[in-house]
Structures are given as structure tokens and as C-alpha cells.
Design a protein around this ligand. Structure first.
Ligand SMILES: Cc1ncc(COP(=O)(O)O)c(C=O)c1O
Length: 350
């Protein structure tokens, strides 16, 4: 249609993972949590609905939620901005930091939304391939850009870059460096302790994964107060709805519940890493709630399709044809997956 800006007309648009109807599939394709959110979350939402809660606009800066995040993570309130999922916060960063033709740089393969956001902004994209072991590409440190992004743990590899390496990147970059920590609760360390030394660093978090709240859409970014002030200018006034704010507060108040689920998922991840290696796959060492399995040189689209026919959804990326990304589901779901893969191993596609 002729009405769109040229770059919007020409860009392909982001393709989210498939979201089929509830209960139909074993869903291991979009890195959701197999366990339900804390019961406190459901109670809080119910009690909100008992009052005349929905007729008022939400608090624009999510003040109560920011205070709760501040208590849990030990970061002052002015260093926190809440978003409608961390996707919104990524979006704000692209809009706030990138003029047309400015450069955004990040290692690939990674979360493909970064490319889409760059296209919307008419920014130049400098995608730097990860080395085969998914360590930090030194070119990312050395290059000059208007925004750098590091997804850590990375998706789809699940691999993790140690905090001291990440510090080198932030220290040597004279631009904002956004660390996307969507999966960091499943890892052993995180970048928050670096924040007060580096005013150019932003750390994005989400409640979608470890807190089982993907449907509620709450994320937050931690950064120097001047960064937060700037991003606030760009966001919608009422970007996080009232129910979501309350649900997120309740989830953060039940922090041990999240830790307990994360521990279960980590154990399943270790077991699945071993199982798939025994089945002859390369499995990258994962610090996330998913693993990337690979049969070098083989196209795994056929395995993906066969699993789909069995109502098991995993993620196939056309740009990584010899790999599949598998979200860690419950122990029972993972058993079904492994049994199906063993059955299909006999077939020509493996
Ligand atoms: C690396 C990464 N960052 C951010 C997000 C977005 O999370 P949210 O649900 O908070 O928007 C995802 C979602 O899959 C992700 O994989």
C-alpha cells in the first residue's frame, strides 16, 4: 500500500513464534515457563476485580511496582523503568537512541526483533557473527555505533558471556550498551552489579520467563536515572495496564516461588543436554530455559515438521537450518519429546 513510509513497505516484519490454541500442543517453541505463575498472582488479580479497578487509568510510572523491583533487586527507584514486556523497552531504546542511518550493532544469531526495530527506525544494522563457541566477538567491542546490544544469555544459543567480558564491552563503548537479560534468572550471574559504574549501560529484564507471566506483559529496564528520564519521554503515558502492574507486584513478592521453578527447569535443562548429546546432537551449553540442538550439515526442518505432526512445537529458524531451539517444558513433556525424537531418528531426515 502506497501510504506507508518506504522502509515500512520494504521490510518483512517480525515473525513471532507460533501461538496455537491452548492445550492442543506440547509447546516448546517460545520459551515460556511450563509452570503456572505464583498463586498469589491469581489471588491479586481476583481481588483487584472485586473493586472498581478497571475504570481508572494506571499509574503512568508504575510507582508501586518500581518500589517492589527496587526492594527485590536493591536498585533505587529512579534507576528503574517498567514496560509492557521487555519488547517495549527494546523498542523505546531504538526510538530514543537511533536517528535514521545511525548504526546499531549486535552479535548474531540472536533475537531477531532487534533487526525489525532497526528497520522501523531506518537505522543501519551491523550484525557481527558470534565465533563458533559463542564467545564475545571482539569486533563488537571495537566497532563504533550509536547503540550496541548483547542478549545474555543469548537466544537461540542459550550461551552466556561472563560478566567480566561484558564489562569490557561496556567500558570500551562510547554509546549505550543494552544487555538483554530476558533469560538471566536461569544463569549463574547477571550484569546488575555493574550498573552504578557505567552510565552508558542498560539492563533489560522480563517477568515473562522465570516468573511465568508472558501473558501479563511486564518487563523493566535498569539504568542511570538520566537514561531512565530520557526513555520516559518516549514511552506511552499509560504503557502498563493496572492488572499487569498488580500481577507483577504479587509475583515479585513471591520471589521464592520463582526460584523454585527456575531450579526445576535448570535440572531439566541439564538432563536434556545430556540426553540430546547421547542421541548424537551437538548441544550448546545453555544458561537459559531452552537448549539449541544441532546436527552439523543436516537440515532439521523435517524433524521440526514431524514433531509438529505429533503436536510437539519446537522452534526452527530458516537461517540456522541444522539446529532446533527447544524450550524446557515439564519433565513429562520432555520425556514425550525425547521419545518422539528417538522414533524419528530411524527416519531419513536424521
Ligand atoms: C531475548 C529476548 N528478549 C526479550 C524478549 C521479550 O520478552 P517480553 O515478553 O518481556 O516482551 C524475548 C522473548 O522471547 C527474548 O527472547
Amino acid at each position: 500500500m502506497k501510504y506507508f513510509r518506504k522502509n515500512i513497505q520494504n521490510m518483512p516484519g517480525y515473525t513471532p513464534g507460533e501461538q496455537p490454541g491452548e492445550g492442543e500442543y506440547i509447546k516448546l517453541n517460545t520459551n515460556e515457563n511450563p509452570y503456572p505463575p505464583s498463586p498469589e498472582v491469581v489471588d491479586r488479580i481476583k481481588s483487584c476485580l472485586a473493586h472498581n479497578f478497571l475504570s481508572l487509568y494506571p499509574p503512568p510510572l508504575c510507582q508501586k511496582l518500581r518500589q517492589q523491583i527496587s526492594r527485590v533487586y536493591g536498585i533505587p527507584v529512579e534507576w528503574i523503568l517498567v514496560g509492557n514486556g521487555s519488547d517495549e523497552l527494546l523498542n523505546l531504546a531504538f526510538r530514543a537512541f537511533l536517528d535514521p542511518d545511525d548504526t546499531v550493532s549486535y552479535p548474531v544469531p540472536t533475537y531477531t526483533l532487534y533487526r525489525t526495530l532497526a528497520h522501523i527506525q531506518e537505522a543501519r544494522v551491523l550484525e557481527i557473527p558470534f565465533p563458533p563457541d559463542y564467545s564475545l566477538p571482539i569486533e563488537l567491542v571495537d566497532t563504533s555505533a550509536s547503540l550496541k546490544i548483547l542478549c545474555n544469555p543469548n537466544s537461540p544459543s542459550g550461551t552466556f558471556i561472563a560478566t567480566h567480558m561484558l564489562e569490557t564491552l561496556v567500558e570500551k563503548s562510547d554509546c549505550p550498551v543494552l544487555v538483554d537479560e530476558a533469560y538471566v534468572d536461569f544463569a549463574g550471574e547477571n550484569a546488575l552489579p555493574l550498573l552504578n559504574r557505567y552510565p552508558n549501560m542498560l539492563v533489560a529484564r522480563t517477568l515473562s520467563k522465570s516468573f511465568s507471566l508472558a501473558g501479563v506483559r511486564v518487563g523493566f529496564v535498569c539504568a542511570h536515572p538520566d537514561m531512565v528520564e530520557g526513555l520516559i519521554k518516549v514511552k506511552d503515558s499509560y504503557n502498563v495496564n493496572r492488572l499487569s502492574q498488580e500481577a507483577a507486584i504479587a509475583a515479585l513478592q513471591d520471589f521464592p516461588y520463582m526460584l523454585c521453578n527456575v531450579e526445576k527447569i535448570r535440572r531439566i535443562r541439564e538432563k536434556m543436554t545430556e540426553n540430546f548429546r547421547n542421541l548424537g546432537f551437538e548441544v550448546f551449553p545453555s544458561q537459559a530455559n531452552f537448549i539449541l540442538i544441532r546436527r552439523k550439515g543436516n537440515n532439521l526442518e523435517c524433524l521440526y515438521q514431524r514433531l509438529r505432526e505429533e503436536k510437539i512445537l519446537v522452534r526452527y529458524f530458516p537461517e540456522l537450518p541444522d539446529s532446533l531451539r527447544i524450550t524446557m517444558g515439564s519433565a513429562e513433556e520432555m520425556d514425550q519429546l525425547v521419545q518422539a525424537v528417538i522414533r524419528f531418528s530411524q527416519e531419513a531426515c536424521l
